[in-house]
Ligand binder design. Structure first.
Ligand code: MSP
Length: 528
């Protein structure tokens, strides 16, 4: 059985360059992968989330040299100081973290290169052309634009705006050109292999224009993984970095684990979709391995209309946001405000506004009110002796069911923002329900005791559904709410609750004591 049909879900983020510290564009990829992984894990799939760091190549070498340290020492420092802590900052539940300087990676890369060499897919040749160290990518002249005022006479990389370098080297080449037909067949037979469609169309057009063989080694510097049969070359950084997805999951060393995990869903920014949807599947085909299950390209975070990047000084550190708003709000905001797969603009104003309206006054306030009324009117226990189900209660039951189904459907196509919007219908409708049912008025007359019990039970049970459905996005607030509802004791741990069953209404056990709920989203004094 392969991972494609055994109900397992392996999702990988790109591995991050350690030349600098993370900004919120990197954090966006991490959070999206974590939300998808938590969702699948809680849907009962055997899930594996892999992330890590890309540590070789000229970009990192030059940064280290400029800082007067060895590249490995530089990478060690950045991983320890910035990249591993990022996972805590964002509350990422990854299953593994691979560094390309680890032995497990190097050994498997050697094995892979030897395999492709033995199979005749690698040959020695001359490369003459452009290279952008920022992208770590060989460039065609069509990829270049005229330099702006800083470099008026140069042709520059359109991503980095800096002049490209001209290389003339004897390198080893991978016979990428041989894979054009097989790649086109893959795209045709599996229409959702590359998503969204805009990226798919661009990739299909690119491959249709024909592929050139790819230089996969460099011989003018030493910071990399040596070519096993020729130690005067190091492996081209992208060629070995792509292999992390299989070197981390046992290829070449642990066949059972590899068979269980592979193929992966690859989550990437659209700038690196070509590497993942063209070069990577071709490499795998050459080694007789399955291509990834899917390559999903998300859009860019824009700040002031530009792709955020450290080099353009638009970078914002994730902790700048989480220190003020917390990790849940960070995760919610980027997953909710941006249509997954499209570009989206970040602004502090929008973040503050959504924090206040949707989190603090929306979900958070709803939770506080319901727990407070259960505490006040029912001696701190989820009501028992419930009155009959009236149409207004039935409407909430239906909403819970529809919202849960809608969220699951959206998540199956990675429409994370739609899944949240679907769940939010429960929040909005419960707020309306409380306004209409006026439990504080019902509480004034003992004759309405059972009706009051029904209303507060319905609201608490709706909150139960929100805690489960939102736990992949906001694990901390969901957990607090779960505990406050007494569900930790009466139902069991939140992470064990199947999302597929969240939509079954009236499953919160009556009679359970609730616990105090600290505000889920406290007021922020100077949100701007
Ligand atoms: N090291 C390569 C990936 C190798 S994978 C085998 C790389 N690293 S990166 O650190 O530059 O970028 C990692 C991810 O962050 C990419 O998916 C990239 O798209 C994403 N982002 C970097 N800046 C971004 C934004 N401004 N917005 C959204 N995502 C962005 O590429």
């Amino acid at each position: 059985m392969t991972a494609a049909d055994n109900g397992s879900f392996f999702i990988a983020t790109p591995i991050f360059y350690v030349n600098d510290v993370p900004h919120i564009g990197h954090a966006y990829t991490e959070v999206a992968a974590d939300v998808l992984a938590r969702w699948m894990r809680q849907s009962g799939k055997d899930t594996w989330l892999l992330t890590g760091t890309d540590e070789h190549g000229q970009k990192i070498l030059r940064t280290a040299v400029a800082n007067g340290v060895e590249p490995k020492a530089w990478a060690d420092e950045l991983v320890a100081r910035a990249w591993l802590p990022l996972l805590d900052t964002l509350n990422i539940a990854n299953d593994d973290f691979i560094r390309t300087t680890e032995d497990r990676h190097k050994q498997a890369v050697h094995k892979f290169l030897t395999l492709l060499h033995d199979k005749g897919f690698i040959y020695e040749g001359d490369y003459e052309g452009y290279y952008c160290v920022g992208c770590e990518e060989y460039k065609q002249s069509a990829d270049l634009i005229d330099g702006s005022e800083d470099f008026p006479d140069a042709r520059v990389c359109h991503m980095h705006g800096r002049p490209v370098e001209v290389l003339k080297e004897t390198n080893y080449f991978f016979r990428l050109s041989q894979f054009q037909d097989r790649l086109l067949e893959l795209y045709a037979s599996q229409p959702d292999f590359i998503q969204p469609d805009s990226v798919r169309n661009e990739i299909v057009a690119f491959v249709n224009r024909g592929l050139e063989d790819l230089s996969i080694s460099r011989s003018t510097f030493e910071w990399g993984i040596d070519i096993p049969w020729d130690s005067s070359h190091v492996t081209y950084v992208w060629f070995e970095a792509l292999l992390n997805y299989i070197t981390a999951t046992g290829w070449g060393s642990d066949d059972d684990t590899f068979a269980k995990r592979w193929p992966a869903v690859q989550l990437v920014g659209k700038d690196i979709a070509r590497f993942h949807a063209v070069i990577w599947p071709a490499m795998l085909m050459a080694a007789d391995l399955e291509p990834p299950k899917r390559v999903f390209a998300h859009g860019w975070l824009l700040v002031g209309g530009e792709k955020m990047s450290k080099s353009k000084l638009t970078g914002i550190a994730p902790s700048d946001i989480t220190d003020v708003f917390g990790s849940d709000a960070f995760r919610y905001y980027f997953m909710r405000a941006i249509t997954f797969g499209q570009d989206g603009s970040f602004s502090w104003e929008d973040l503050s506004a959504r924090y206040e309206a949707e989190l603090a006054n929306g979900w958070g306030n709803l939770a506080s009110r319901v727990i407070a009324m259960v505490t006040r009117y029912f001696d701190g226990k989820i009501p028992t002796e419930l009155g009959a189900v009236l149409p207004a209660d039935q409407a909430i039951h239906d909403t819970i069911d529809t919202a849960a189904h809608g969220a699951a459907k959206a998540m199956s196509t990675f429409a994370i923002n739609e899944a949240i919007a679907s769940t939010w219908r429960i929040v909005d409708e419960l707020n309306g329900y409380l306004t209409e049912q006026e439990p504080w008025v019902l509480a004034k007359d003992d004759a309405h005791r059972q009706r009051l019990a029904r209303v507060l039970y319905t609201a608490a049970d709706g909150l139960r559904a929100t805690a489960i459905l939102l736990s992949p996005v906001m694990p901390e607030a969901s957990q607090k709410l779960w505990v406050a509802l007494g569900a930790d004791n009466s139902v069991g741990p939140l992470t064990k609750q199947l999302l597929t069953e969240a939509g079954t209404h009236s499953t919160l056990p009556p009679g359970t004591p609730v616990a105090e709920l600290v505000p889920l989203f406290p007021r922020i004094e100077s949100a701007e």
